[in-house]
Ligand binder design. Structure first.
Ligand code: GLN
Ligand code: ZN
Length: 766
């Protein structure tokens, strides 16, 4: 039996790589110093795995920015706009592609970035042109393999497979299909493989997570022919084929016929496929199976009892020598090391005993191998401790609340139903709120200046007293209200100055959430996030937002919108529990948010926005599973929104999304008003709503908040006219694309003034 992992986090246990990258970009350290940090991280990772007893360690899982961008460089897939940099320093070219570059000599936009499957990790999207050529360009894979050899470690280099690489990219010109580039791409893969085999490489790990998606016949053929060709050229190479995040599904028959040595299975996401494979008549009993038992996407301890049963099943059919134990996917999506969490005020020891971060997961793999093979006795203590932790988790009072559970059980349709239809609500709201045509509003947050952030951090450290902190936030809130009144916004916001992050803020105030101190995971490039740990039944101790919303409302006669994060987004951006279905957890959050919505209403708030920017990214990878997800996600939103009277107007907000294929679910959310990001696409994203004849009110974003550029009145009017042409005018709201927390005040002020002017001019024209 062998052990392996698919990849290890690379940002550094103290986020060294983040810091070094940012210092390098700011010109504060030399490239040599940056490279040193990289090689130090790789070395630490390998030695840790080696000392833990991992048999096949990955290499090339390290990246200075992103593994897909690394692959672009490996195969020379470099968009023409960077040609000037192509023969300069390779790392600088690499960062220019990732981040864009602007100086006297060159002005190039960055490559596009998008989410890696259903994770919160973002990869750089490869760009292809009709006459695309590939060449062996960066020797990173070879270099890192050699680097490990020098440490006495023979690694299993990781490569993104050719088909997944092509499918992840985008045609930048019309007239060809990206898969047609395969014949040009494969020779470069051959060259990489040949360089590696000449260094005596035994295994190469090809990641083909596209096998977790619905593939068509042509795409499956591409998989088949790629690996047949690789095998023909390199008959002695042992191919380790990895798919993760979902089952092989309909792609299984194709996969079982491939000439590969080891097939990896994500048994966390798709437990049943092991049986399917072992029973399949196409399964060649000499193929090794890598059992991805240890969850690479979540932070819970592995359940040794369950895993051992699975291992036993595999061993009984194919023999110990053909079984590998591994992580479900790369550990990239897990934090580094639970041992760093020494601060008991943050992470209760009772909770900590249920968790395993990357370093602990290595140990779990080692222990599972020990328990499943001859050294059973040596690992008895670990086994016992594991059983105890799981037993404790089943009954812990920290987790289980009968009150919360029975509330969820008692949910019925009346909870997810507003009292009247939208049309009736709209009439009542129009007379209750008395807003002009094309009402103006913003999405919630105002600039989080250095001072605002410093108040929060000083308050957290105890340097600022609660009363001093409150008075500072109150002053900032008041100024924002006055500003909005002055420039003539119709529906105001309080500004969210008291909030660190739209999920963390609520997590910190809800039962059932815990926070680590060092649980960082890479989101993209040097950006890391520290997702809350949703460990228990969720409930609300007391009001979470009423204080600041009610305070803001007390300052003005205009309506101030209450501002909440929706249940699906809170779920999606946390590490969620694996001891109950996501849907139940989501309903628990929905009920807590519902209580808050009702509280806001009782405290005089007439408009409440429930943000759901993450609804779309929660979609399962396979279409057949979409409906189930969308049904419960929409329902959870409706539970959160439906506790109020007809006159209270519910808004929702979504961004970074395409809406076409989920528009009926968005409509089914039945928010009175939805605000969306549309300006960057020149209102293209609005089409889905128009074609669908979206029945409720809608605020298509009229300016891009990701850029410091201030839009002119004319530009905004131009977008507004576009909206007016396709939507009933009584349904149109005027607002920016998203919250303004990343902007500064001067540009925000001018931009919003222009926005109000544009709306007023349109009003006069009616
Ligand atoms: N209300 C949040 C804000 O304005 C919404 C953020 C988001 O959609 N990502 O910041
Ligand atoms: Zn947004």
């Amino acid at each position: 039996m062998k052990t392996t992992i698919l990849g290890y986090p690379r940002i550094g246990s103290q986020r060294e790589l983040k810091k070094a990258n940012e210092a390098y970009w700011a010109g504060k350290i030399s490239q040599k110093e940056l490279l040193k940090v990289g090689s130090h991280i790789r070395k630490e990772n390998w030695l840790l795995q080696k000392n833990t007893g991992i048999d096949y360690m990955p290499s090339n899982d390290f990246s200075f920015y992103d593994q897909v961008l690394d692959t672009c460089l490996s195969v020379g897939c470099i968009p023409k706009r960077y040609n000037k940099l192509k023969h300069e320093n390779q790392l600088d070219l690499y960062f220019a592609m990732a981040r864009g570059i602007q100086n006297e000599d060159i002005d190039c936009t960055a490559m596009e970035m998008t989410k890696w499957f259903d994770t919160n990790y973002h990869y750089i999207v490869p760009e292809f042109e009709r006459e695309q050529n590939f060449e062996f360009f960066s020797s990173k894979i070879i270099d890192e393999y050699k680097e490990a050899l020098e440490l006495g470690i023979k690694t299993k280099p990781v490569l993104i497979g050719p088909v997944t690489f092509l499918l992840l990219g985008k045609e930048k010109e019309a007239g060809f299909h990206k898969l047609s580039l395969l014949d040009k791409l494969l020779p470069v893969y051959f060259e990489i493989i040949s360089r590696l085999t000449s260094l005596d490489v035994e295994y190469i790990q090809f990641d083909e997570p596209c096998l977790a998606l619905d593939l068509n016949e042509q795409e499956r053929l591409a998989i088949k022919s790629s690996y047949e060709k690789i095998n023909t050229k390199f008959p002695n190479l042992k191919i380790f084929l990895a798919n993760y995040f979902d089952c092989y599904g309909d792609n299984l028959d194709t996969v079982l016929q491939l000439p590969i040595n080891t097939l990896h299975l994500d048994l966390v996401r798709c437990q049943l496929q092991l049986n399917d494979i072992l029973e399949s008549k196409n399964f060649n009993l000499t193929t090794k199976l890598s059992l991805g038992l240890v969850d690479g996407r979540n932070i819970w301890k592995n359940n040794f009892d369950d895993s051992l049963q699975t291992i036993e099943l595999a061993v009984s059919k194919i023999g110990e020598e053909n079984v590998w134990i591994s992580t479900s996917c790369s550990l990239l999506h897990c934090p580094y090391d639970l041992d760093l969490e020494t601060n008991e005020t943050n992470l209760d020891p009772e909770i900590k005993q249920w968790l395993a971060f990357s370093k602990q997961k290595l140990q779990e793999i080692r222990t599972l191998k020990g328990l499943a093979s001859s050294n059973y006795n040596e690992f008895q203590n670990e086994f016992k401790e594991n059983k105890q932790a799981h037993a404790n988790r089943k009954t812990s009072l920290l987790i289980h609340s009968t009150h919360v559970k029975s509330r969820v059980l008692a949910l019925n349709d009346s909870y997810s139903q507003r009292k009247s239809t939208f049309k009736n609500r709209q009439t009542k709201q129009k007379s209750a709120l008395n807003l002009p045509l094309f009402p103006t509003t913003t999405i919630g947050s105002f600039p989080q200046t250095k001072e605002v952030r410093s108040w929060r951090s000083k308050f957290k450290k105890g340097i600022l007293s609660p009363s001093k902190y409150d008075s500072l936030i109150a002053k900032e809130t008041k100024e924002s209200i006055r500003f909005q009144e002055e420039i003539g916004i119709d529906v105001l916001v309080h500004g969210e100055f008291e909030r660190n992050d739209m999920v963390e803020y609520f997590g910190e105030r809800l039962n059932g959430f815990a926070f680590s101190s060092f649980g960082w995971v890479q989101s993209y490039g040097s950006r890391c996030v520290k997702p809350p740990i949703l460990f228990g039944d969720v409930s609300r101790e007391s009001a979470m937002t009423v204080k600041w919303s009610a305070y803001a409302q007390s300052l003005t006669d205009l309506p101030v919108k209450g501002m909440l994060t929706g249940p699906v987004t809170i779920l999606q951006w946390s590490f969620v529990r694996n001891d109950q279905p996501r849907q139940i957890t989501c309903n628990q959050i929905a009920l807590a948010i519902r209580d808050e919505v009702v509280d806001l209403e009782n405290n005089g708030i007439k408009i409440i926005q429930i943000d759901e920017p993450a609804i779309r990214e929660g979609l399962p990878l396979r279409k057949e599973a979409w409906k189930t997800y969308l049904d419960w996600a929409v329902k959870a939103f409706r539970i959160s929104a439906s506790g109020v009277k007809d006159e209270t107007q519910i808004h929702t907000h979504m961004c970074y999304s395409e809406f076409n294929d989920i528009i009926n679910s968005i409509a089914a959310m039945d928010a009175d008003v939805i605000t969306i990001e549309t300006s960057r696409s020149e209102m293209e994203l609005l089409e889905a709503f128009v074609n669908f004849k979206y029945p409720n009110e809608i605020g298509p974003g009229v300016y891009d908040i990701h850029s410091p550029r201030v839009p002119s009145v004319q530009e905004i009017e131009h977008l507004l006219l576009k909206a007016k042409n396709v939507l009933p005018k009584e349904h149109i709201w005027v607002n920016p694309d998203c919250g303004l927390k990343t902007r500064n005040w001067p540009e925000t002020k001018t931009a919003l003034e222009n926005m109000v002017k544009a709306a007023k001019q349109q009003r006069e024209l009616v």
